[in-house]
Write a protein that binds this ligand. Structure first.
Ligand code: NAP
Length: 264
């Protein structure tokens, strides 16, 4: 299926690594123009991958915690390309700010890093999205629905991401701007690798990974960033033209299917 994304311009936060990279490569593979907003530079092998796809792309260096810098970037991108067809709010970090030891100041700081730039990027782009009848895709987390036990601030931010997905879908339906979320459970990314490494030596990491993947119904394996990228490209495309306000779980059935499935 041709997703009809050729030459469409998408802003993708956190597009240098992990899930964001998966989304950028899927969009580029469809002939879209990904504009990456990230605090890291583009590594050479990634540049080669994009060049091999014949992609037009751009990397804009920004720490998204610097919220005031977002609107000028959006305006510059619109001025340069003459359109913005979609937004992918993806950058974020599960920073394990737990209930017992986290001060409200630390809580607020974490919310700022995981939520405020989601709002500001869409706030700054909304006029351009109405112009293009574009799409917004928010990357969420299972923690908003299942909890994780030690991550109050992140779970709160990701809960708000789902709330904003519904709110923006309602606010923008009359303008034909669609807003959806992909909910991720366990995807192998640099962030995830860092988290697994916190469990100890290689054997301990392997044991932890095994205990997680055995509970993922579809294939007892992690979700790949390519699987998330391909779903993202579809949701951003006009091929999903009557889908809005939805939470799409790209998680191998982890959140919704019967846990007993994995017990033989
Ligand atoms: P990742 O491997 O760390 O990649 C995220 C990218 O975003 C990195 O390049 C990161 O830079 C960048 N970034 C983060 N905060 C930024 C900021 N304030 N300004 C600019 N760039 C920033 O993470 P990931 O695992 O792909 O996660 C992507 C999204 O999926 C997040 O919202 C996360 O909560 C969500 N998610 C992931 C999983 C999973 O299993 N991986 C599960 C549920 C939800 P640095 O490396 O410098 O931080």
């Amino acid at each position: 299926m041709d997703l009809r994304l050729k030459d469409q311009v998408f802003l993708v936060t956190g597009g240098i690594k992990g899930i964001g990279k998966g989304i950028v490569l899927s969009l580029a593979g469809e002939g879209a123009i990904p504009v990456i907003l990230d605090r890291n530079d583009l590594p050479d092998d990634y540049r080669t991958e994009l060049d091999n796809l014949g992609a037009t792309y751009e990397v804009i260096s920004i720490d998204l915690n610097d919220t005031d810098k977002i609107a000028p970037i959006v305006n510059n991108v619109h001025q340069k390309y003459g359109r913005i067809n979609g937004i992918v709010n993806n950058a974020g970090t599960n920073d394990n700010r737990d209930l017992e030891t986290t001060t409200w100041q630390e809580f607020e700081q974490s919310i700022h890093g995981n939520l405020t730039h989601y709002y500001e990027l869409v706030h700054a782009s909304v006029g351009f999205l109405k112009e293009s009848q574009g799409a917004v895709l928010n990357i969420g987390s299972k923690t908003a629905l299942t909890g994780q036990g030690k991550t109050s601030a992140y779970a709160a931010a990701k809960g708000a991401v789902l709330g904003l997905t519904r709110e923006w879908a309602a606010a923008l339906a009359a303008d034909e701007v669609r807003v959806n979320a992909i909910v991720v459970a366990e995807a192998w990314t640099p962030l995830y690798q860092k988290w697994i490494q916190s469990f100890g030596d290689e054997n301990e990491q392997e044991a932890r990974l095994q205990s997680i993947t055995q509970n993922i119904p579809l294939g007892q394996r992690m979700t790949t960033v390519e699987e998330i990228g391909d779903t993202a490209a579809f949701l951003l495309s006009s091929r999903s033209s009557h889908t809005t306000g939805q939470f799409v779980f790209v998680d191998g059935g982890y959140v919704h299917l019967d846990r007993a499935l994995t017990i033989e």
